[in-house]
Design a protein around this ligand. Structure first.
Ligand SMILES: Nc1ncnc2c1ncn2[C@@H]1O[C@H](COP(=O)(O)OP(=O)(O)OP(=O)(O)O)[C@@H](O)[C@H]1O
Length: 234
């Protein structure tokens, strides 16, 4: 088991926002965090990344306690965070962007080859300036940049934000393809149905608490799905 959270309480220094969340992400597995706006999904993801504060419970990656580590140390340990608003350097080429995000690694060329194996379409835009790419291509480059850190588990916050409905599916399929290649994937996703259709397992967060957890396909079929997510009448 790669990433393990047990009874995690997390927030930003004031009252906790996430209360007692437990989850695991194994290599090769995709776990989706879904739930209504403001439920604490991003905060839970940030608590793994080291951007939000863990005030209770335990958080380990391959048995190593992540809580005392800085965000950079967590990335080095293998827990790599891809924030929703990840900046790419618009005036640099894609190749330069990838090199800049390899955390000073000495084996940049090898890492880049591995990233191209995982995301072959990146190769087509490698020499282009990032600022000239489409929104979907820029998302892909941001993902490729995160992969340059060689994550064991990738923490992705709303990867489909701002994408057209057609690209939502493509982006999620691409992410799940990465997980199948061996890394663990923890995704916060607004498009709950699209995520549940594809992920292996899922957790539904409401008011900072995990109210459902299980195989994604089972959660997709739950009777009170609409009520939980959209406040629809049962
Ligand atoms: N940096 C911060 N400092 C203090 N409170 C914050 C911070 N970021 C988020 N919050 C608060 O934490 C709560 C949960 O927000 P969070 O972004 O984790 O929810 P979410 O489920 O990801 O929602 P959304 O789907 O709208 O992004 C909200 O009340 C929000 O105002």
């Amino acid at each position: 088991m790669s990433l393990v959270l047990a009874n995690v309480e997390a927030g930003y220094g004031g009252d906790p926002i996430v209360h007692g969340a437990s989850l695991t992400v194994a290599p090769g597995e995709t776990v989706a965090l879904v739930g209504p706006n403001g439920a604490g999904k991003s905060t839970l993801l940030k608590s793994v990344a080291g951007v939000a504060r863990v005030s209770g419970g335990t958080l380990t990656l391959d048995g190593r306690d992540l809580v005392p580590l800085s965000p950079a140390q967590r990335a080095e340990a293998g827990a790599v965070y891809l924030p929703q608003d990840r900046n790419i350097f618009r005036t640099l080429t894609v190749a330069e962007n990838l090199a800049a995000s390899a955390w000073g690694a000495k084996d940049i060329a090898r890492r880049r080859e591995r990233v191209v194996e995982l995301l072959p379409t990146v190769k087509e835009v490698m020499r282009q300036r990032a600022g000239g790419l489409s929104g979907g291509q820029r998302q892909m480059v941001a993902l490729a940049m995160a992969l340059m850190a060689e994550p064991k588990v990738l923490l992705v916050d709303e990867p489909t934000a701002g994408l057209s409905p057609l690209l939502v599916g493509e982006m999620l399929d691409m992410l799940i393809g990465l997980a199948r290649a061996g890394l663990g994937l923890l995704i916060v996703e607004q498009n709950a149905r699209a995520a549940l259709d594809r992920a292996d397992r899922a957790l539904v967060l409401v008011d900072g608490r995990v109210v459902r957890a299980g195989p994604a396909a089972e959660l997709a079929g739950m009777e009170d799905f609409g009520q939980l997510f959209f406040g629809e009448a049962a």
